[in-house]
Design a protein around this ligand. Structure first.
Ligand code: EMZ
Length: 385
């Protein structure tokens, strides 16, 4: 089986039924698998809420390891709209040429560094350092801070032995608390300071609210971005002709990144709590139960995407939902897209071929469905141009 093949785990159930149950820590969730149902439900923020107990809309649920509400992610309109407006401009900064240049320098340095080595493990030696260093730009803090985050590993709430690791999570919470206190004492130009000076409903944001935005910023784009980068490397390793095509044709990079993110769908799904009972593809969603919007399944829906299981680098119609849909669509998407673009540009400029030495798949377990989301290990050798 090839490393860069990510099969459609949900195909049969999506076509036959459209939904499937998953028992998550005795708070069952019904996964919605069809593109149409996923979009409609994501759009209906009144009937399907994100403002449940903190952690409950995440699958697996994080209610047992988190009390802080992630903002704006776990808030419904109209409050959501006001929070989102406070952070929207900041999260558009990746479009500034200066930001893009700095990001390019970071990615170049990381790729140069591993080109000097023999074989490398791509997640720990390339994807994780790139994700962490890029995040210093989004937060607008010194690059050296990334070393601490690299030491945390791929996911901030999950570890090798456990899907929900409270001890690991508290490292992040304590770190953010300490950073907030430092910035209160000595204000700077970072996201922390900007948030601490922001006004919500005519009053300053509280420390707890600022922490909520920061937890989301650290957690939301971590394993997702790391998996995206590693999976893309595996694809390029097995499709060397794509390296040349992308390097020769910069415009192709724009459609390719959307296609990779559709195909890999690094975030499998996200939950909602039902506020108004509704029938969806035969499932009666009862009040206060959970449903999940399965982005990964929707992105392979053959009624929307032609040849959904193929990577078509220049795919024209690509209304994927890998970054979510509706009011809650990914706040970090501008940063992620800029990183995806810069990475592909620099990588195809410097690397000629990739040898895949060892690949250990990371398989998510959603009860009846097992889904490959990335790798636990990807050992490779990069050959320079
Ligand atoms: C939450 C989530 C956000 C959650 C867009 O997704 O990402 C997950 O990886 C985290 O565990 O807490 O931030």
């Amino acid at each position: 089986m090839s490393a860069s093949n990510f099969s459609d785990a949900f195909k049969d159930t999506r076509e036959a039924k459209g939904t499937c149950p998953f028992n998550d820590q005795n708070d069952p969730v019904t996964m919605l698998l069809r593109f149409k149902d996923v979009r409609k439900t994501a759009h209906n923020t009144k009937g399907f809420s994100s403002a449940a107990k903190p952690g409950r809309i995440v699958v697996p649920s994080e209610v047992n390891i988190r009390d802080t509400r992630q903002i704006p992610f776990e808030v419904d309109p109209p409050e959501h709209t006001e929070y989102r407006a406070l952070v929207e401009d900041w999260f558009k900064r990746p479009l500034d040429p200066d930001y893009e240049n700095k990001l390019t320098q970071i990615v170049e340095a990381e790729i140069e560094r591993v080109l000097q080595k023999g074989s490398i493990e791509a997640i720990s030696e390339l994807s994780l350092p790139i994700q962490s260093k890029a995040l210093t730009l989004l937060l607008n803090i010194p690059l050296t801070e990334a070393e601490t985050w690299i030491s945390w590993g791929t996911h901030v709430f999950r570890s090798e032995d456990s899907d929900l690791d409270a001890d690991k999570a508290s490292i992040l919470y304590d770190y953010i608390d300490a950073e907030i206190d430092k910035v209160i004492a000595v204000p700077n130009d970072s996201l922390y300071s900007v948030l601490l000076n922001s006004e919500y409903q005519g009053r300053k944001m509280t420390k707890e609210e600022v922490k909520g935005v920061l937890i989301l910023t650290f957690a939301g784009g971590r394993d997702t971005v790391i998996n995206y980068l590693t999976n893309t490397i595996a694809y390029l390793g097995e499709h060397p002709e794509a390296i040349e095509k992308l390097n020769d044709n910069p415009a192709l990079v724009n459609t390719a990144i959307e296609e990779f993110v559709r195909y890999f769908s690094p975030l499998t799904h996200m939950g909602r709590v039902v506020k108004e009972e509704k029938e969806i593809s035969g499932h009666v969603a009862k009040e206060d139960t959970r449903v999940s919007l399965c982005w990964a399944s929707a992105n392979r829906d053959e009624s929307v995407f032609e040849n959904p299981n193929e990577i078509v680098l220049d795919r024209k119609m690509n209304p994927h939902v890998a970054f979510g849909f509706g009011a809650h669509k990914c706040l970090g998407a501008t940063h992620a897209r800029q990183l995806m673009k810069v990475f592909l540009r620099v990588f195809t400029e410097k690397v000629s071929t990739i040898e895949i030495i060892n690949a250990a798949e990371n398989i998510e377990d959603w009860g009846a469905h097992k889904r490959k989301v990335g790798f636990n290990e990807l050992t490779i050798k990069l050959n320079a141009k």
